[in-house]
Ligand binder design. Structure first.
Ligand SMILES: *[C@@H]1O[C@H](CO)[C@@H](O)[C@H](O)[C@H]1NC(C)=O
Ligand SMILES: *[C@@H]1O[C@H](CO)[C@@H](O)[C@H](O)[C@H]1NC(C)=O
Ligand SMILES: *[C@@H]1O[C@H](CO)[C@@H](O)[C@H](O)[C@H]1NC(C)=O
Length: 249
């Protein structure tokens, strides 16, 4: 007790001596996943595992294979869904999830951002989303495209208590930027500001999310919620400049 009080006194003295720092309460953002994460296959596998946290399938017609998540150009992750016509899963596709788990701590927050070229055709279901480690829900769809030409931003409190905002997805063959800011609202609920290309689209609230660990998943699922039949060729989902910033410090 005595020694830690002493240490605190020394630290706050040191911090208050730095120009531009707030007395003793300096908050620093830290980068949990840097924008260089897709610079090479080794940086991809430093930060991400292949497939879903629970396996290689999820509510759709694609089975995930490691070989369908590739760094073809430095800086860009490409997920490739290819029609095989197999009777159980008609597509081979790619999914990765972050090796780290992410938690909004009391008084804190997290920022998730990336740029995407996302397919919007019927039967194509790319997504960039957060899923509860210990239970479902929680789920936050930072960005999801369900084969309708729209992008969807969603927060699930339960399977029936869902906030969902769909907006037209402009020029899908160009990159667009998505950002979700998660913040502790009241010690229990979390607010989520969803941005598309720098414009705030919607603010949603996740019940009791403070302190609950989340998995970050990037997948190219097919058919399922995006309708059918899906395309019989190859579909690509491309992601660059992904960044996760810790606002919990
Ligand atoms: C997608 O995967 C298919 C099947 O493996 C392959 O033939 C094709 O070259 C890939 N396309 C790209 C752009 O990666
Ligand atoms: C969480 O939000 C609900 C609904 O707005 C509210 O009733 C509840 O009091 C909030 N929790 C806290 C800890 O403020
Ligand atoms: C989910 O819970 C939050 C916090 O309690 C609440 O503000 C929000 O309205 C709920 N969502 C729905 C769709 O009821």
């Amino acid at each position: 007790m005595y020694s830690s009080a002493f240490l605190l006194a020394v630290l706050s003295h040191t911090v208050s001596g730095l120009p531009g720092e707030r007395h003793g309460l300096a908050k620093r953002d830290s980068t949990l996943i840097p924008t260089s994460c897709f610079d090479s296959t080794s940086s991809l596998t430093q930060y991400f595992n292949y497939n879903y946290p629970w396996g290689d399938t999820h509510n759709g017609a694609a089975i995930m294979k490691d070989s369908n998540s590739v760094i073809a150009d430095a800086g860009v992750l490409t997920l490739n869904a290819t029609y095989t016509g197999a009777s159980d899963y008609a597509y081979d596709s790619g999914t990765v999830y972050a090796k780290q788990q992410f938690t909004v701590e009391a008084g804190g927050g997290l920022d998730f951002s990336a740029q995407f070229i996302a397919p919007v055709e019927t039967g194509t279901w790319p997504a960039f989303w957060l899923n509860g480690v210990n239970s479902w829900p929680p789920e936050i769809d930072v960005a999801e495209w369900k084969g309708s030409g729209d992008i969807s931003f969603n927060t699930f409190n339960s399977s029936s208590e869902v906030q969902a905002q769909d907006v037209k997805y402009p020029s899908p063959t160009d990159y667009h930027t998505v950002l979700a800011e998660l913040r502790d609202e009241d010690g229990s609920n979390v607010s989520v500001n969803f941005y598309l290309d720098g414009t705030l689209i919607t603010t949603q609230y996740a019940s009791g999310l403070v302190g609950q660990p989340l998995n970050l998943i990037i997948d190219l699922q097919m058919e399922g919620s995006s309708g059918s039949p899906g395309p019989t060729g190859t579909t690509l989902f491309q992601i660059k400049n992904l960044e996760v910033i810790d606002k919990n410090a």
